[in-house]
Design a protein around this ligand. Structure first.
Ligand SMILES: Cc1cc2nc3c(=O)[nH]c(=O)nc-3n(C[C@H](O)[C@H](O)[C@H](O)COP(=O)(O)O)c2cc1C
Length: 191
């Protein structure tokens, strides 16, 4: 099979402007291996709260359909998310809930990679278990290792420039993206 570019989309679980997770997400295009292109997914910030009555009366909201279409078209999805109260931030969970109700929901068989950053010491490790659980229900294929938990992120990311200043962290992210490219090629690449 001819080599082709893997088109991966990234979804940030934080809506705030100064988000550390967004800073990590913004670094991904430059850290991706050759042959992998990472672009940001359409936003979920305008999604209404999930309500089956809304879906049944007016259908899938246009922004939710747009995100679902982008997920379906992508070779893989990277989530860059904080941990809120030991779990998935409400906005991101709401987005996953909407997308999961699209017909032929697009996470089936989709390669997924997880990254989280937190000013706390555990780097948002617990949100990743919640994300893995949701992805199991949706029949997505989540990369096991390497895991990316960026603890004490305020010391590893310069919030003035938005750059990751910790070289070890940069190295771990590169390793995960390289592993993700192989994972997609083995388990999920579209023809
Ligand atoms: C509602 C809320 C709950 C939080 N819960 C956790 C938590 O469970 N674990 C954690 O490590 N940090 C927690 N934090 C701190 C976040 O990790 C921190 O605000 C982080 O900067 C958010 O990510 P962001 O910079 O990408 O927006 C919480 C923050 C908020 C606003």
């Amino acid at each position: 099979m001819a080599e082709r570019t893997l088109n991966v989309i990234s979804i940030c679980g934080s809506l705030r402007k100064g988000s550390y997770n967004r800073m990590v997400m913004n670094a991904l295009p430059a850290l991706a291996p050759e042959g992998m292109k990472v672009t940001e997914a359409p936003p979920f910030s305008e999604f209404p709260l999930y309500n089956a009555d809304v879906q049944n009366s007016t259908g899938m909201p246009a922004p939710a359909q747009k995100l679902a279409d982008a997920i379906r078209a992508a070779d893989g999805v990277i989530f860059n998310t904080p941990e809120y109260n030991f779990g998935i931030p409400g906005g991101l969970k709401n987005a996953i809930d909407w997308v999961s109700r699209v017909q032929n929901q697009p996470f089936v068989g989709k390669p997924i990679a997880l990254q989280s950053a937190s000013p706390g010491p555990l780097g948002g490790g617990r949100v990743q278990y919640d994300m893995r659980r949701a992805m199991v229900f949706l029949d997505a294929l989540t990369l096991n290792k390497p895991e990316i938990f960026i603890g004490n992120c305020a010391q590893r990311i310069d919030d003035k420039t938005g750059k990751i200043t910790d070289e070890a962290t940069v190295g771990f992210i590169k390793q995960q993206l390289a592993a993700f490219a192989k994972f997609i090629a083995t388990h999920g690449a579209k023809s």
